[in-house]
Design a protein around this ligand. Structure first.
Ligand SMILES: NC(=O)c1ccc[n+]([C@@H]2O[C@H](COP(=O)([O-])OP(=O)(O)OC[C@H]3O[C@@H](n4cnc5c(N)ncnc54)[C@H](O)[C@@H]3O)[C@@H](O)[C@H]2O)c1
Length: 355
């Protein structure tokens, strides 16, 4: 085990639950590397991640030990590890626009007083804040990002509110000498990495793509929240931009969350269609169905993003960490094909590049 990586989490939903359970699972099973790109990344292992603070607004989670809050309603991902009492109480963050029209039918906001996020971050010694708020929480995400800045700690943005990919925020983090990475985590083997890689393959092999779509359904609060079309504009932009960047011509495409099916819980089902023409203008059609447990798919990459940002902190790097962002996120400052992103991330970890 290496040095600890002290993280704070905003939003104790399914993704936070999967990350915390996964870190526990791999720390108890150090020889089990199934599902990890590397057990030790830059000397850091999954079990080195220690949550020192957590913020939420739901009355089922605020005031409870993190070990209970991660299993609390409406979280509905699967369990892979029993997390013992952590001694970390979930604190009441500022709600702002975190709980939207749909979520407010299910989530009751805690009436505990709001904490001073910056002070908690400083008092707990958190080194980075991981943002897992619901899609569309623009004001809340900006608030948490500002609190990380004021506390002088790193920021990892797992959601499609644009921070790491925005020049204004990049500059502010660089001026404060703090690293950040994002935006919108690109799951380990999820719809985006599969779709962008297939589009790149079609293009590289000389197939002219006439059109492509990607439909996604899920049965968790993320999908329920995204029934609100007004909240998901940036999610569509993020997912579409990742695929669009793989071709040097405009492809008609429609990509995004499509529906909420409550009884499939945290399972996510994705349908990808690509149609085009190959040699002799012969038509080709690809239809693909991908089924995953969504939260663990995100945790499988956040486990690398967190260790990557810790390496950046150790090296006193600041501003947008482009290699971490391109490898781990859908809407990074620089879009890259997957294999290139993986290469630059490895070079960054090895110390061969400084962002
Ligand atoms: N594979 C994936 O699951 C995946 C991939 C990419 C991006 N994401 C994004 O990650 C985010 C988290 O996903 P999830 O499945 O854990 O969602 P979730 O709905 O289960 O969790 C969100 C949590 O944030 C809390 N919250 C709401 N407003 C808050 C506020 N102001 N302050 C603190 N907490 C607040 C909610 O109560 C809830 O506990 C979503 O935006 C999702 O789109 C997930």
């Amino acid at each position: 085990m290496g040095k600890k990586i002290k993280i704070a989490i905003a939003g104790v939903g399914n993704c936070a639950s999967a990350l915390i359970q996964g870190a526990k699972y791999y720390s108890e099973n150090p020889r089990d590397t199934v599902g990890l790109t590397s057990h030790s990344l830059g000397g850091y292992e999954p079990g080195d991640i220690e949550v020192v603070a957590a913020f939420d607004v739901a009355d089922t989670k605020v005031g409870r030990d993190l070990s209970e809050a991660i299993y609390a309603r409406p979280n509905n991902t699967i369990t892979v590890a029993e997390v013992p009492t952590t001694g970390i109480t979930v604190q009441r963050g500022p709600a702002l626009d975190g709980v939207g029209r749909h979520l407010s039918r299910i989530v009751t906001t805690s009436d505990e007083p709001e904490v001073d996020v910056k002070k908690v971050l400083q008092d707990t010694g958190a080194e980075m804040l991981v943002n897992y708020l619901p899609v569309g929480s623009t004001n809340a995400v900006r608030h948490y990002a500002s609190q990380a800045l004021e506390a002088g700690i790193g920021f990892l943005n797992a959601i499609p509110v644009f921070i790491a990919s925005e020049p204004k925020w990049q500059q502010t983090f660089a001026e404060k000498k703090i690293p950040l990475a994002g935006d919108d985590v690109m799951s380990q083997l999820g719809a985006t990495v599969v779709h962008k890689t297939l589009v790149k393959l079609f293009v590289d092999r000389g197939v002219l793509i006439d059109g492509t779509y990607q439909l996604n359904i899920g049965g968790d609060m993320d999908f329920y929240n995204m029934l609100d079309e007004e909240r998901l504009e940036d999610k569509r932009i993020s997912k579409t931009s990742a695929v669009k960047a793989m071709a040097d011509y405009d492809i008609p495409m429609r990509i995004g969350p499509s529906d909420y099916v409550d009884f499939i819980d945290n399972e996510k089902i994705c349908y990808i269609n690509i149609e085009g023409k190959y040699f002799g203008k012969i038509p080709i059609k690809l239809d693909l169905k991908l089924k995953v447990i969504d939260a663990y798919n995100s945790a499988g990459i956040m486990i690398d993003a967190i260790r990557g940002l810790k390496i950046a902190l150790d090296r006193k790097l600041s501003g947008p960490m482009t290699s971490i962002s391109s490898y781990c996120f859908k809407h990074p400052p620089i879009q890259m094909p997957y294999t290139e992103a993986k290469r630059v991330f490895a070079e960054f970890v090895e110390g061969k590049r400084d962002r």
